[in-house]
Design a protein around this ligand. Structure first.
Ligand code: ADP
Ligand code: MG
Length: 301
């Protein structure tokens, strides 16, 4: 029987779905916390210690969560993911894809480099420069969004509408991420979550926020939509720009500039999507990952 590691500190509904999908394909899956893994360069042992895989490394790993922590801790977690890949073990999404997308500054940069439409964005350290950029934007009639570069689920996002809001302009661990606010087309507030697997859109939904934050975790309601060809093209391009096996791409539509990608998630949730679409996301992801698995026997030397 093949054996899979699911990296997560909180398996929950998604972990269960994955475990089920792996089991249906003849693979057992163990939940593992990256905090309990180690590099161990010692004769007679595998170079990586993964709980429950002491004698034989997993056939593949599914990354459902990378814990936060100090820079050193996070580098170690990413090292484990990189090392598994270097040893020929499929890592889904891999450490590089996670690194690029968890860092909103690098995500925005790569989207722009790959000609994926994305709002004007600034990422910087200096407060005076951040204030000057924000003042110039407000003066020219724009509003801004400030985000923590490692944020998710709408956490810590602020809208800057007027000069007096600058008083509250906050950095995240010393770094300012400022993005031009996109007024969305149509009534109320909404954006799209487009789910891409191996360069194909498998489903899309519209998220309507209670306020301007359209995260499901912030109470946004979901509604299935058929992505139009332009939206599909942009979502696929965004996923490719970040070299993802699969991705949850957040797209907002501006009345003037059309679709704009605001975020690419490398560990997207799919509970909201499945509640409105008739698809089995875990099955699709597991099939896609297992297509890259060459069953192998790795034993302690
Ligand atoms: N530039 C923007 N203009 C308008 N709304 C935005 C912008 N950026 C983010 N938002 C709103 O905030 C939500 C969360 O932003 P996002 O960049 O996806 O970060 P998170 O990782 O927290 O989901 C989006 O779904 C959207 O509703
Ligand atoms: Mg988002």
């Amino acid at each position: 029987m093949g054996r899979i590691a699911i990296f997560t500190d909180d398996p929950g509904w998604h972990g269960k779905q994955l475990r089920h999908a792996f089991a249906a394909r003849g693979y057992s899956a163990e939940y593992v916390s990256l905090t309990e893994c180690r590099i161990q360069l010692q004769a007679g042992l595998l170079p990586l210690y993964i709980p429950n895989f002491e004698n034989s490394l997993p056939d593949a790993v599914f990354v459902r969560g990378v814990p936060g922590g100090s820079l050193e801790e996070v580098v170690l977690y990413l090292d484990i993911l990189h090392a598994l890949k270097i040893m020929g073990i499929p890592v889904y999404n891999d450490g590089h894809a996670i690194e690029r997308s968890v860092d909103k500054g690098m995500t925005s940069f790569l989207l722009q480099q790959h000609h994926v439409p994305t709002p004007a964005t600034w990422v910087l350290r200096d407060r005076q420069q951040a204030i000057a950029i924000a003042e110039a934007e407000l003066r020219s009639g724009q509003q801004l969004i400030s985000k923590p570069i490692f944020g998710s689920q709408g956490e810590g996002i602020r809208r800057i509408e007027k000069m007096s809001d600058l008083f509250w302009l906050t950095h995240s661990q010393g770094v300012y991420y400022l993005q031009r606010f996109v007024e969305c087309a149509g009534e109320g507030y909404s954006d799209w979550r487009v789910f891409v697997v191996r360069g194909k859109v498998i489903a899309a939904m519209r998220r309507r926020g209670i306020h301007w934050l359209n995260n499901v975790a912030r109470g946004a309601s979901c509604e299935a939509v058929q992505a139009d060809p332009k939206m599909e093209e942009i979502a696929i391009k965004a996923s490719n720009a970040l070299q993802m096996n699969y991705a949850g791409v957040d797209i907002i539509c501006s009345p003037e500039d059309g679709y704009q990608v605001i975020e690419v998630n490398s560990i997207p949730a799919w509970k909201g999507l499945e509640s409105v679409c008739d698809i089995a996301v875990a099955d699709i992801l597991v099939d896609d990952l297992l297509a890259d698995v060459v069953p192998s026997v790795q034993v302690v030397a």
